[in-house]
Design a protein around this ligand. Structure first.
Ligand code: BDR
Ligand code: CA
Length: 315
């Protein structure tokens, strides 16, 4: 097998963020070198703590966690998502604290340090609001230029929004940051609602990794409340684990079918705020174009996730 690719996850756990972290730890194709936290689903103090605890659950307390932005770049995020992820962010599950100390560096500094010192190109998976990434792109452009591949979970080309009629949560939470990132020349894959919403992890799949052992059972417990939310919001009998699909593309490039498109984020203060305006009239050759995920083999992606989560209890 080739050398594992260095990976950073920028995250706001968040139940599907927790699954994404577990998926990365379970995947030999990548070497998880750093986790940076960001505000989003809950406050950043909580997302930081959750990230540390999830890594400890997976036996990887050694992965450094650096705390990131506590607020969006310009306007405060109108509301958090405790009604989706539970007040603590992990579906009411209380995980044991990590014995490892918090990385003392601000997230953007830790990320820039890693990018400047890594010999191999680094993949960055951004699965929360893009505030930290925007600070990197604007404040540390030499480091941002060294990103091998940025995979973001966010936006929507043709499916509308999930938090407003127009906007997907991560972009809506900080539209100015998303615009800074998606208009940069960093090679970026946008994994939006077009591919995440059809990719439903069914209850029978959750039962398979729940039965594998304590880590799988804990992951399944976190999903209980999320199942309820998906049923009432999307009418699906299972969960849409947005962030885990983005991680699958980061781990196994080409999992999703992408097309290079010009993307602009609506940063106005009207009803469209946070919408990703994806120009689907043509394929773009611009340096700032984004590889927008438009097709997915949902059954294969779900099977990949279940099989990888089962591995965590078989090591
Ligand atoms: C995104 O919003 C968050 O609530 C999830 O963790 C995911 O990153 C989906 O719109
Ligand atoms: Ca998230």
């Amino acid at each position: 097998m080739p050398e594992p690719r260095p990976l950073v996850i920028d995250t706001d756990p968040g139940i599907d963020d927790a699954l994404a972290l577990l998926l990365a730890v379970a995947s030999p194709e990548v070497d998880l070198r750093l986790v940076t936290s960001v505000h989003g689903n809950v406050e950043v103090g909580q997302t930081t703590e959750n990230a540390r605890r999830v890594l400890h659950l997976a036996g990887r307390a050694d992965v450094p966690v650096a705390a990131g932005a506590r607020e969006s770049l310009v306007y405060p995020q109108p509301e958090r998502a405790g009604h989706v992820h539970g007040a603590g962010g992990l579906g009411g599950v209380e995980l044991p604290p990590s014995p490892a100390p918090l990385d003392p560096r601000p997230a953007v500094v830790a990320l820039a340090d890693l990018l400047m010192t890594s010999v191999a190109p680094v993949t960055v998976a951004a699965i929360g609001p893009m505030t930290n990434l925007a600070l990197l792109v604007t404040g540390f452009p030499e480091a941002a230029a060294r990103i091998g591949r940025l995979v973001v979970m966010g936006g929507s080309a043709a499916r509308g929004g999930n938090v407003t009629a127009a906007a997907e949560f991560n972009v809506w939470a900080d539209p100015e940051a998303a615009q800074a990132v998606l208009s940069s020349t960093v090679p970026t894959v946008m994994v939006g609602l077009d591919v995440t919403l059809p990719t439903v992890l069914p209850a029978a799949g959750i039962a398979r990794f729940a039965a594998a052992g304590p880590v799988g059972a804990t992951a399944a417990a976190m999903l209980g409340q999320y199942v309820q939310h998906a049923r009432s919001s999307y009418g699906t009998d299972g969960v849409v684990v947005h962030d885990a699909l983005a991680l699958t593309e980061a781990i196994a490039p080409g999992t999703l079918g992408t097309v290079r498109r010009d993307v602009v984020v609506d940063t106005t203060l009207g009803a469209g705020r946070g919408q990703t305006l994806v120009d689907r009239r043509s394929v773009s050759a611009a340096a700032t174009a984004v590889d927008v995920a438009e097709t997915v083999d949902s059954a294969a992606a779900v099977e990949f996730l279940i099989e990888r989560l089962q591995r965590l209890d078989r090591r």
